[in-house]
Design a protein around this ligand. Structure first.
Ligand code: NAP
Length: 257
């Protein structure tokens, strides 16, 4: 095993899809708290650019090549984290796609259930759901070496069946979606199941709804800054030992299932 690249007791956090958007902002906030931050990125150059920017701002950041849909890169990333850092304290499963390019999921005509392309639904679930299982399971042995492991799954208010099934609710005027929102509902369900399995081991697993954030994923139609969107991710990544597990939270509190 190589010499470890962090000082003892310094927490190690991996954020997937951290080369831009909410993930990058969360990585910056964790670095500002003194954590060593691993920038998961499927493109090594984009990852290194983001890590270099965080280092220039005084943070301890390192790029890790990781495509959540490619099992080889997921396992190689886990091997690299083990060799370089020995453990993981925080995993933020942030990488996600809408499936509709740079169109807000609310306006994506190609996600309407009766006419959706099943291959697009499969691709969205591959990243937003199956990718989270792949990354979480690869990183769990490293998280188990932490005294206070935290897993945060980045979901969406659109995952909430309570909100989306209300004909008078906030989603009533939006186009129905067979891909992005159901993938996030599956992710919150998965969050509960992981929390149930890992509760006895002291691993806290929660889902986060960042709100409507100005990023590439919605062609910059969101009204929150990436810093505002990242705040709930960081709060759940830094919960104390008495913190919740198996919950679904925004910065305003619990989100209904
Ligand atoms: P974004 O700016 O498009 O960032 C998405 C990130 O995920 C990028 O770094 C992207 O990498 C990465 N990614 C996509 N597929 C990947 C894969 N297979 N492997 C590894 N990384 C991958 O979007 P964002 O708005 O910040 O979204 C971050 C998370 O927040 C997503 O899970 C999204 O669903 C969720 N969210 C966003 C909003 C919002 O209003 N923006 C609201 C609710 C939830 P590339 O640069 O290589 O494409």
């Amino acid at each position: 095993m190589n010499a470890r690249e962090h000082t003892p007791n310094q927490k190690i956090a991996l954020v997937t899809g951290a080369n831009k958007g909410i993930g990058r902002a969360a990585a910056g906030q964790l670095a500002a708290l003194g954590m060593t931050v691993l920038i998961g990125a499927r493109d090594p150059l984009r990852g290194e650019d983001a890590a270099a920017a965080l280092r220039a701002a005084g943070g301890d950041a390192h790029a890790v090549t990781l495509d959540v849909t490619h099992p080889t890169t997921v396992q190689e990333a886990a091997n690299q984290v083990e060799e370089r850092f020995g453990q993981l304290d925080v995993l933020i499963n942030n990488a996600g796609i809408t499936g509709s390019g740079q169109v807000s999921p609310e306006d994506a005509h190609d996600q309407v259930p009766s006419t959706v392309d099943l291959n697009m639904v499969r691709a969205v679930f591959e990243t937003n759901v199956f990718g989270v299982i792949a990354v979480t399971n690869a990183m769990l042995p490293l998280l188990r070496r932490s005294p206070a492991p935290r897993i945060v799954n980045v979901s969406s208010h659109g995952a909430s069946l309570t909100l989306t099934s209300d004909p008078d609710g906030p989603f009533a005027t939006l186009l129905p979606s067979a891909a992005y929102f159901p993938s996030k509902t599956a992710l919150t369900a998965l969050t509960v199941q992981y929390a149930n399995e890992l509760r006895k081991d002291g691993i806290l697993v929660n889902a986060a709804a960042p709100g409507y954030v100005d990023t590439d994923s919605n062609n910059h139609t969101g009204f929150l800054t990436v810093a505002q969107g990242a705040a709930v991710l960081v709060r759940l990544a830094t919960l104390g030992t008495d913190g919740p597990t198996g919950g679904f939270f925004s910065e305003d509190g619990s989100v209904p299932w």
